[in-house]
Design a protein around this ligand. Structure first.
Ligand code: C5P
Length: 212
């Protein structure tokens, strides 16, 4: 079974995807880490003319075996990720690894922005996770605070809005719910409730498929 989990920054899709992977005993890939790794690798060139060429080279060389969420989860890495993510050649360089992960025997859970539309359009179940911007900011702020960081909520809110805008304008993105995606709004749900809702959707889809 392939489960695709898409949604905007800090929507809770990563936590949900990890929970679904545990629940169904499937491997999980957080595809945002790939873009974050590429973004961080070229941070020094952010405003340089060679930014694009460096990002393409970094995407072709990305070490998929060592994607460390602790290193890659900063807001800066997220912002850089969304800058390299608009480059078509970066997306192309990261495609095969994601596609191979999605199609491994036994299935997988992948989360990102374009899983249901581009990486695994054939996924068995597609979820599109939404939550309003303030709720997303507050969740991200608490994650950072749990790691001992001091958070400027106003700046964080602004960063999330900017990243949403860049992602939504990405001409190479595919960052929209697939036609057959199930929308799940987690604004008012805690993680347990969101996971229960997601499992109910997955079980419902698989039960309907089994009857066909
Ligand atoms: O999901 P996460 O916030 O870690 O993603 C960081 C950035 O990487 C996103 O804002 C987006 O620009 C990019 N991304 C992407 N395609 C994916 C996953 C992430 O373009 N499948």
């Amino acid at each position: 079974m392939i489960i695709a989990v898409d949604g905007p920054a800090a929507s809770g899709k990563g936590t949900l995807a990890a929970g679904l992977a545990r629940h169904y005993g499937l491997p999980h890939l957080d595809t945002g880490l790939l873009y974050r790794a590429v973004g961080l690798a070229v941070a020094a060139y952010e405003n340089a003319p060679e930014f694009e060429a460096k990002a393409i080279a970094a995407a072709r060389a990305v070490d998929t075996a060592h994607l460390d969420p602790a290193v890659l989860s900063s807001a800066e890495a997220g912002a850089l990720a969304s800058k390299v993510a608009v480059i078509a050649e970066v997306r192309a360089a990261l495609f095969d690894f994601q596609r191979q992960f999605a199609t491994r025997p036994g299935g997988a859970v992948l989360d990102g922005r374009d899983i249901g539309t581009k990486i695994a359009p054939d996924a068995d179940v597609k979820l599109f996770i939404q939550a309003d911007s303030k709720a997303r900011m507050e969740r991200r702020a608490r994650q950072f605070e749990a790691r001992g960081q001091v958070v400027d909520r106003y700046a964080l809110y602004h960063q999330i809005e900017q990243r949403d805008a860049r992602d939504m304008a990405n001409p190479n993105g595919g960052f929209y719910p697939a036609a057959d995606a199930h929308l799940l709004d987690t604004t008012l749900l805690d993680i347990e409730a969101a996971l229960r809702a997601a499992v109910a959707i997955v079980d419902g889809v698989m039960a309907r498929k089994a009857k066909l």
